[in-house]
Design a protein. Structure first.
Length: 230
């Protein structure tokens, strides 16, 4: 018997031939199937992302609308201070803050540069921080934090750092309605969305994603700022 006719050699040859057929026919076909499946999966992922993006946009709009309803009429009587937190104003002395609220609700900064009031009496604002002059003890600006802060661990982690927060937009709209004469523009020097609200070139409000700052120029507010534009 020739070695070529040996059963083992014949079996080996058959196997090699079969493997060749598998390689030439079955593997390319299987590869094509996998490629088609991957394409389908990528399409499905893209569609799901679009649905997710649309859902997020709707949620953002609803969140903004909710903030608008909560913040409706937060200013009154041509005052730049939120209704529930209007007892202390720029120009007041810090002892008035203590007199009204008491020491137990006040947190003092270590270097005595500002005081924080630990209250939450407003649906939009909380924990106002009062900056003051050390020599006169007079308050020169007030920072009103938003109840839901973008930088808080308890808020939506998907908030775009370059996009306005819902509360920020709502407060800006409230300022526009309450003070028609104010000019509002974005601060182009900042990467994050921050807006200045000015009257006759003087910044009265600064509004970022987390808070509204009332500046020392609030002392100069009069009835003209609340008059409707012609």
């Amino acid at each position: 018997m020739s070695w070529k006719d040996h059963p083992i050699v014949i079996a080996a040859g058959t196997c090699v031939a079969t493997m060749g057929v598998c390689y030439k026919l079955l593997i390319p076909a299987y590869t094509t199937t996998l490629e088609n499946q991957v394409a389908k999966d990528l399409t499905a992922i893209s569609e799901l992302k679009q649905i997710s993006d649309r859902a997020r946009e709707r949620a953002d709009r609803l969140d903004q609308l909710n903030k608008e309803l909560l913040s409706d009429g937060i200013f009154s009587n041509c005052s730049p201070y939120p209704r529930a937190l209007s007892k202390i104003k720029v120009g007041d002395r810090t002892d008035k803050l203590v007199e009204i609220y008491g020491e137990n609700l006040i947190t003092r900064e270590e270097d005595n540069r500002w005081l924080t009031l630990e209250v939450n009496d407003d649906p939009i604002f909380s924990k106002p921080t009062y900056y003051f002059d050390k020599e006169t003890s007079k308050i020169n600006q007030i920072l009103f934090f938003f109840n839901e802060r973008v930088d808080s661990l308890h808020t939506n982690a998907t908030q775009d750092p370059k996009k306005e927060s819902a509360t920020q937009i709502s407060v800006i709209n409230q300022i526009k309605r309450a003070f028609p004469q104010i000019d509002i523009e974005r601060n182009k020097e900042r990467s994050k969305p921050e807006y200045n609200a000015s009257f006759k070139g003087k910044v009265i409000f600064q509004i970022d994603q987390n808070a509204m700052l009332v500046t020392r120029n609030a002392l100069n507010i009069d009835s003209k700022i609340c008059a409707a534009k012609n």
